[in-house]
Design a protein around this ligand. Structure first.
Ligand SMILES: C[S@@+](CC[C@H](N)C(=O)[O-])C[C@H]1O[C@@H](n2cnc3c(N)ncnc32)[C@H](O)[C@@H]1O
Length: 272
């Protein structure tokens, strides 16, 4: 099959599962050929080799497997990260959490922080690259996630900056840190999610409990109990009032809520 014929075939296969089947067909074919999308349009009549291998990639995408897992990578902030099934694919809105945390690190000259739920390493790696004198303890309850974070941390040469720990929240961490950052699971158990999320991404990275904010509340309580000054968390768009109520009851010094680019409540920074 030529490039043009392959794109027609692939977009037909992806029609029922993807919103933009031709675009996704182009992405997969470009990945298969180790070229960019522009190349496809200037070489429409070239023959595509190893077509069976490409067809298996298309079949995976047609079954709703996320593109990022198929190609094993994703873009986040200013870096590219290795991802595979077993770890959450970092979302663009989490880049806002990094900006919020960065301004506190800068303003307060922080040198020691912890991340709860490191996943692929996205947040800790970007922060470690931005702030070379920062030391980070990054935990996760999932061994799969920690193995992927380890691979990414090594790829960026940050093993002496980010210490990975397999634990629940910050249990057993004795080192005193100045700030905790977390994008925890915060989705309610009965939420309706698309197939590419619910059928492929790890449920330990998605669900925060029956109503979704249970783990967020545990994080808040633990950070207060450990006398850590700052906490910055991503949260669900509908969790502001519950978080505000919970934090106010604990008598925090202040809380700032921030919105995502769609104008939805997306997270908070609080000082104890
Ligand atoms: C929403 S993902 C965030 C991953 C990554 N930080 C990011 O922003 O892309 C939540 C992560 O928290 C981890 N996690 C869930 N429950 C946890 C717990 N009780 N203690 C530590 N980590 C937990 C999950 O395994 C998952 O990697």
């Amino acid at each position: 099959m030529t490039i043009k014929e392959t794109l027609n075939f692939a977009s037909e296969q992806l029609r029922s599962s993807c919103e933009r089947p031709l675009f996704e067909a182009e992405l997969l074919l470009a990945y298969h050929l180790h070229k960019d999308r522009i190349y496809l349009h200037s070489h429409e009549n070239d023959e595509v080799k190893n077509i069976e291998m490409l067809k298996s990639l298309i079949a995976r995408r047609a079954s709703h497997e996320p593109y990022e897992y198929i190609v094993g990578k994703t873009s986040f902030y200013d870096i590219e990260l290795f991802v595979e099934q077993g770890v959450l694919i970092p979302r663009p809105e989490t880049e806002l959490l990094i900006d919020e945390v960065s301004s506190i690190i800068e303003k307060e000259n922080l040198t020691s922080i912890a991340e709860i739920g490191v996943g692929s390493g996205a947040i800790s790696i970007v922060l470690a690259r931005k702030f070379p004198s920062l030391k980070i303890i990054a935990t996760d309850i999932s061994i799969d996630a920690l193995n992927i974070a380890k691979k990414n941390i090594e790829a960026f040469g940050l093993t002496d900056k980010i210490a990975l720990v397999h634990t629940n929240l910050l249990d057993g961490i004795e080192t005193q840190v100045q700030l905790v950052v977390s994008n925890p699971p915060y989705i309610a158990r009965d939420a309706l999610l698309e197939s590419n999320v619910i059928d492929y991404e790890p449920h330990t990275a998605l669900f925060g409990g029956e109503s979704g904010d249970e783990l967020l509340k545990q994080i808040i309580l633990q950070v207060k109990q450990k006398n850590i000054s700052y906490l910055a968390c991503e949260m669900g768009y509908d969790q502001k009032s519950s978080m505000e109520h919970f934090l106010t009851q604990l008598g925090v010094q202040y809380t700032k809520f921030y919105d995502d680019l769609a104008g939805l409540n997306r997270g908070f920074i609080t000082k104890f």
